[in-house]
Design a protein around this ligand. Structure first.
Ligand code: SDX
Length: 428
């Protein structure tokens, strides 16, 4: 592969160095383009633009490959756990048992919220969207940890911030659910797993502890693992951009929550359930729904289908599809939405519109059915995505700072009015 490209514009020629990644991806380095030529590039949505070099996650969208720090998602899903994978994504290597135990213990120690944070939950209306609460409460953690309002990305201060965020994100999620239903807050248990504690804080009652079924605990753990990181997606890019101003980690991940909330991104898992329930309740013919999703005159989309990068199957969707079968069988649930999802997938994947646009089920297509089977309320589905993505956001924040990257500040092409004189209101 050549090391340079020549840009020849308006009689000016400039050489652009090729940056070749360890998986032979090639990017043209335009960091000096404007200084050398006065030109910028234009790429709304950044479909053709690399924002950084990263060692964290590799995706090959054409081959349906996803790897965290070089490990295949299929192997991690089968052999690892969410916390071990989070450690891998955060620190770059699989931990020893001692390191993993310390990581786990550090997170367990941080499960409680400052007691005065409880009053914040009461300040939200019962129907407040959980993602709004999550974003504001993560930001509120910055108020309770002034010593961590830094851009320290290694050492004890960083490790403490990681433990606080990864641990308290569960408590915030569970307590926002309980507050919305007028239930008392369930203190974290010292004797259950990361995922078990989340389920305990969500569903236990003071006199009747929630029974943590192993298959449910494993399904949640796998759900979080599959969501841990995913290159420079919308919310991760948001965390990097926010962090590039040198704002603290709590506020940077709170910004990521905001971006993730959108139905085109992390909000899609809840939108898939709404779509399947609409089809089920109204007896909509699947072919009619697919036709509506193809019709550009309306904004119907086949939620859970399509992806900016995967132009083949999303490996996470494949893994989740199997997991859904296992959990529904173990819980003896026959969810009609799963049958509709399967039939919809078949109809869509045989339709020319979806085939020529390489639209396949993505991670959100089956995850909603899994979460619904476990009893997670639909309005908490994207919160679940955020809990899983937290290590990936933090790892990208850390990597961006470790690269000593300049503040993110894209340019634009102005297409507005040319210079014009002010007209006094009496003359308008
Ligand atoms: C996530 O980036 C990540 O990595 C994200 C994520 C992660 O882990 O962080 O993987 C998580 O966000 C998964 C995506 C969840 N969103 C959805 O399921 C919502 C439905 N999907 C679409 O909105 C869409 O596919 C996106 C947002 C996922 C991708 O958008 P792109 O890359 O901008 O693609 P596009 O909208 O330009 O689509 C290309 C064509 C268009 O048709 P034409 O203009 O070529 O005729 O495909 C069509 C689109 O209209 N299309 C769809 C469709 N998705 C794309 N048509 C119907 N239904 C769909 N779902």
């Amino acid at each position: 592969m050549s090391g340079k490209a020549i840009l020849d514009y308006d009689g000016k020629k400039v050489e652009l160095d090729a940056v070749i990644g360890t998986e032979n991806e090639v990017g043209l380095d335009i960091t000096k383009l404007r200084a050398q030529t006065g030109l910028i590039t234009l790429d709304p949505g950044f479909a053709n633009t690399g924002s950084c070099k990263s060692d964290i996650t590799f995706i090959n969208g054409e081959k349906g490959i996803l790897r965290y720090r070089g490990y295949a998602i299929e192997e991690l899903a089968e052999k690892s756990s969410f916390l071990e994978t989070a450690y891998l994504v955060l620190y770059g290597y699989l931990p020893s048992q001692k390191e993993l135990n310390e990581f786990d213990a550090g997170i367990a120690d941080e499960a409680e919220l400052h007691t005065s944070m409880k009053s914040h939950f009461e300040g939200f209306p019962d129907q407040a969207p959980p993602m709004a609460i999550l974003s504001s409460m993560l930001n509120t953690l910055a108020c309770y940890n002034p010593e961590l309002l830094t851009t320290t990305y290694e050492g004890e201060a960083f490790d403490t911030a990681v433990a606080k965020i990864m641990s308290k994100v569960r408590t915030i999620a569970a307590w926002s659910y309980r507050a919305s239903r007028g239930k008392s807050y369930m203190a974290p248990s010292p004797s259950v797993s990361y995922c078990g504690n989340f389920l305990h804080m969500m569903f236990s009652r003071p006199f009747d502890l929630y029974e943590i079924k192993p298959e449910v605990e494993k399904a949640i753990d796998l759900f979080f693992l599959l969501h841990t990181d995913h290159e420079q997606n919308c919310s991760t890019s948001t965390v990097r951009i926010a962090g590039s101003s040198h704002v603290n980690l709590f506020t940077s991940v709170a910004a990521g929550v905001g971006a993730l909330w959108g139905p085109l991104h992390g909000g899609a898992n809840a939108a898939v359930i709404a779509m399947l329930e609409n089809i089920h309740k109204n007896g909509i013919k699947l072919s009619d729904y697919v036709d509506a999703a193809k019709d550009k005159t309306n904004d119907t989309k086949l939620m859970g289908f399509g992806h900016r990068v995967y132009k083949n199957f999303d490996p996470r969707a494949r893994i989740l599809k199997t997991q859904v079968d296992n959990v529904l069988r173990a819980l003896k649930i026959d969810d009609p939405l799963l049958n509709i999802a399967r039939e919809l997938e078949e109809v869509a994947l045989s339709d020319e519109y979806f085939i020529e646009r390489n639209l396949y089920p993505n991670v959100d297509f089956y995850s909603g059915i899994l979460l619904k089977a476990i009893g997670i309320p639909v309005n908490m589905f994207t919160v679940m995505f955020a809990i899983g993505r937290m290590p990936g956001w933090i790892a990208n924040w850390r990597e961006m700072l470790s690269h000593n990257q300049r503040i993110s500040r894209p340019r634009q092409i102005y297409t507005g009015e040319n210079l014009r004189p002010y007209v006094p209101v009496v003359k308008r």
